[in-house]
Design a protein around this ligand. Sequence first.
Ligand code: NAP
Length: 308
Amino acid sequence: MYDVVILGAGPGGLTAGIYAGRNRLDTVIIEQGQDGGQIALTADIENYPGQMLEGESGISLAERMAKQAEHFGVKRITDSIDSVTLNGDVKILHGKKDTYEAKTVILATGAFPRPIGCKGEGEFLGRGLSFCATCDGAFFTGLEVFVVGGGDSAVEEAIFLTRFARKVTIVHRRDELRAAKSIQEKAFKNEKIAFAWNSVVTEIKGDDVINAIVLKDTVTGEEREIKADPKDGMFGVFGFIGFLPRTDLFKDQITLEDGYVVTDENMHTNIPGVYAVGDVRKKSLRQVVTAAADGAIAAMEAGKYIEG
Ligand code: NAP
């Protein structure tokens, strides 16, 4: 039986691993995909304390966090957990490969991109529609792309996409961005970036690839179709309209609010020995630095619980 099972290897889970490992707790981090969670989809991280000002990729930051956790003896397992029993002294997690038992569990399952909710979305995912500029931006070298959203992610990723795309149009449902002012300023200065204000995407169309997008004016209700330049024959659409917490696995056992896990300030959930950290948690600021802080606190609390 493990002392601590950490579900998810984003910044919250990896930091929990570093602290639990350093505290000599027998710890495993279980991740079903790539390390880093959402920062694995981020080209530049420039606001994590100690980062170089010009930023570094989310993947490389996550790699260093993972190495640090492994250095402290934390075990890494790739598995997808299908069901959990969190009540009781022994927590049981059933995965596709194995079953895991633990004295404590740290939920660090993060969040996933909110779907745009337009017609054609399922059909064109991976064929012109993407939720990851770092992964797919280069496919649109020399082409036009549309970025949906007006928050930090949308505007930062739009700026990143100008490295590849000829023109990037930010489609935002209001006439004012939500993104931090410093990020907005960079976008307004960038000659490759245009804006479709007061607009939402109602449909993406095409054959094999996207060659038309339908935008609806949120003020007048009018719809307009924008077709790809015939010379290009296609364009890209990137969605960045927020995230939804990944809680399906434990939503019947853990108290949620607005879909997010409720914890106290020490990351305790409603079940003794079960903690939640990072973006899956109800909180006011979802950043690498707050996920890391959550992870550190949860690991220390898990240690106290086991000793107690
Ligand atoms: P967000 O801050 O929740 O912004 C979502 C954006 O999408 C908003 O502009 C919102 O419009 C729009 N939106 C939401 N639902 C929509 C819908 N159904 N149709 C059309 N538009 C919709 O999400 P985010 O930008 O992904 O950021 C998530 C969190 O990560 C935030 O806390 C953010 O600060 C943080 N983050 C930080 C950084 C950084 O610090 N460098 C980078 C990336 C993300 P409204 O504005 O009208 O609500």
